[in-house]
Design a protein around this ligand. Structure first.
Ligand SMILES: [Zn+2]
Length: 619
């Protein structure tokens, strides 16, 4: 394995082996600068935490399910949701059907007051002779899902007065009148919100099947004749302990003439005792076999998170207030100097923004991924003798579009961007640009220290916050970033960064939605990569036919988000060999295939591993 002297690489991880996309989990990323120690070894960083060591299940303190009866929730986040009544073991499949109908209604009721964040990212497809169906254009939607009576969505992106339908489908809505039941890609969170019962549906037991660690009973569901338009038609997987639906797959039937219902694959996770909450929906249309004339071809991922967003902290405030009567009377207590006051002020602005973005469901709470990101930043700092008055922090933006920005000393990088980066050096490259802004003093704006500027509705976050730099600062940050990288543990791996930038350039014209940033400066503008362009010419030419050349990954292969508490973790996957250029799928969406597990079992309950991740990445 080729490594620089500064990096202790984990065995085999992080390498790109011939014919296998073994790019390493993030635990293999972010190996700290270690022995032999670099010049500034006095502040040598601790090794990155091994993501595989962390407990992936959401809050296990709430207790385990015992014999199919969910434990009563213990912590505050879960007190709001009463565990369902114990299930009497059914003896016939008819009773099972009655149970899961009942549990579906229970879920609808329990979630009716929730307004999670919903994101849909859609890629229209065109056929490429070598690569098969590839993105030809893309569309993005981010909003809040009202799980109340209508399952309605509220839009974060208010532009051009375009409806969600028009934005997602682009020109397609002119070709096909697309019928939504009730609203676009969010509709398959439930099979049928109003009439999921025996009067409207026939149920047929098919077989038993494991999904991940969870044994399921599989049923086909068909609407009865004359039960009306837009009824669910497909298959449901029902876990065999509490009889909750954990997966739905199918479409809606009896569309009107010239209308169209999408096919959907909808997955739920057992994130709270007794309930499986909707988390991922994959949709795909299109047939590229010979002779097919249907022009509608796309694939789309919908993710739902932020079920337990703190609403202004009202309840929290009353329970968490600590009266601190101890005054600091020591001699060391001094007034702030003008410079100290200025730094306090900037810190306040930074804290305000981080807190507000977290409350809006856009930033993950601080977690294990940040330790890995901070290790990479630290590697850059240590080897460049950077000593800042305040430490650099990192946070994960929960959304898919590829973007980074920094506010004060906090560097933010999007989930989508971490997903597609092929290796640690590429991660270091995108982080180095933001570190350069910090080092160059570009982030000293402090208007967000005024708290009134944080008082806006969540869905207007993007119009109230923004961290874009002027072109001169962008150019200066890029130049500084290259200097930092060339004097870092990643200096010998900048060929990989060049390759990533080439792959990005190759897909930039087709992925304008993925490259449209909402808070920071874009990585590409006008169809051309604009970030770190000095590195783009480094390294070999992009060559799709070289199976060992992995320049960029599909979306979804690195970061998994717990939809209940928004915590970000690293995906764990096993390597699977790439057998053709079509397996690479850079920047593409793929089906979801989460490894299902019961709440509190310590298994990765919130593992939105995509099919591509299963197939392509791992260590
Ligand atoms: Zn910048």
């Amino acid at each position: 394995m080729r490594t620089s002297n500064w990096i202790l690489t984990a065995a085999l991880a992080g390498t790109i082996g011939a014919g296998s996309m073994s790019v390493g989990s993030m635990s293999a990323w972010a190996q700290a600068s270690g022995s032999p120690a670099p010049a500034a070894a006095t502040s040598a960083p601790a090794p990155a935490q091994d993501a595989t060591q962390t407990a992936p299940a959401p809050d296990q303190s709430a207790g385990q399910s015992v014999q199919g009866q969910p434990a009563q929730a213990q912590n505050g986040a879960q007190q709001a949701i009463p565990a369902p009544p114990p299930t009497v073991a059914p003896t016939t499949m008819d009773q099972v059907v009655n149970l899961f109908i009942q549990r579906e209604h229970g879920l609808i009721k329990v979630l009716s007051a929730r307004t999670p964040v919903v994101e849909t990212y859609l890629q229209n497809l065109a056929n490429d002779p070598q690569l098969g169906p590839v993105p030809s254009e893309d569309h993005y939607f981010l909003g809040r899902l009202d799980m109340g009576e209508t399952v309605d969505r509220k839009d974060y992106l208010k532009e051009e007065n375009q409806s969600m339908q028009a934005r997602l489908l682009g020109g397609f809505h002119k070709l096909y009148k697309v019928e939504y039941q009730p609203t676009g890609f969010s509709w398959m969170v439930y099979a049928d919100r109003t009439d999921f019962d025996r009067e409207h549906y026939d149920f047929a037991y098919i077989r038993r099947e494991f999904l991940g660690d969870v044994r399921c009973l599989v049923f086909d569901v068909k609407p009865k004749a004359k039960s009306g338009r837009g009824r669910f038609l497909g298959r449901v997987w029902v876990e065999d302990q509490d009889f909750n639906i954990v997966r739905l797959n199918g479409t809606y039937s009896q569309a009107a003439r010239n209308t169209f219902f999408f096919h959907m694959d909808s997955w739920r996770l057992n994130l709270i005792p007794g309930y499986w909450v909707p988390a991922f929906i994959y949709s795909e249309e299109g047939d590229f076999s010979a002779g097919v004339k249907n022009k509608l071809a796309f694939k789309a991922q919908t993710r739902i998170w932020g079920y337990d967003l703190k609403k202004g902290g009202k309840d929290d405030e009353l329970t968490n207030i600590r009266v601190d009567s101890v005054q600091d009377n020591s001699a060391a207590a001094q007034d702030a100097s003008p410079l100290q006051a200025e730094r306090e002020w900037q810190q306040q602005a930074e804290d305000n923004v981080v807190e507000r973005l977290t409350a809006a469901g856009l930033l993950a709470p601080e977690g294990d991924v940040d330790h890995i990101l901070q290790t990479v930043v630290n590697n850059l700092e240590v080897t460049n003798n950077i000593d800042l008055p305040r430490p650099v922090r990192t946070r994960v933006l929960l959304t898919a579009p590829l973007e980074t920005f920094s506010v004060g000393n906090t560097i933010v990088i999007s989930r989508g961007l971490i997903d597609v980066l092929p290796d640690e050096a590429s991660l270091a490259a995108v982080l180095s640009h933001e570190l350069a802004h910090i080092v160059l003093g570009h982030n000293l704006g402090s208007k967000y220290a005024f708290n009134d500027r944080m008082l806006f509705s969540d869905d207007s976050t993007y119009s109230n916050l923004g961290f874009k730099h002027i072109p001169e600062e962008e150019a200066a940050a890029d130049k500084k970033a290259v200097d930092l990288l060339k004097n870092s543990p990643y200096a010998q791996k900048l060929d990989n960064v060049g390759l990533f930038l080439k792959a990005l350039q190759a897909r930039t014209p087709q992925l304008s939605a993925l490259l449209t940033t909402h808070l920071g400066n874009p990585l590409a503008e006008g169809g051309t990569v604009s970030r770190l362009t000095a590195l783009e010419s480094q390294g070999p030419a992009l060559d799709n036919s070289k199976l060992d050349q992995i320049a960029a990954l599909p979306l979804g292969g690195r970061i998994k988000i717990n939809p209940w508490d928004d915590k970000a973790e690293m995906v764990k996957t096993a390597p699977v060999a790439i057998t053709s250029a079509r397996d690479k799928m850079p920047f593409e969406v793929t089906p979801f295939y989460p490894r299902l597990a019961r709440f509190g079992t310590g298994a990765p309950a919130a593992a939105p591993t995509t099919a591509a991740a299963n197939g392509n990445t791992g260590n």
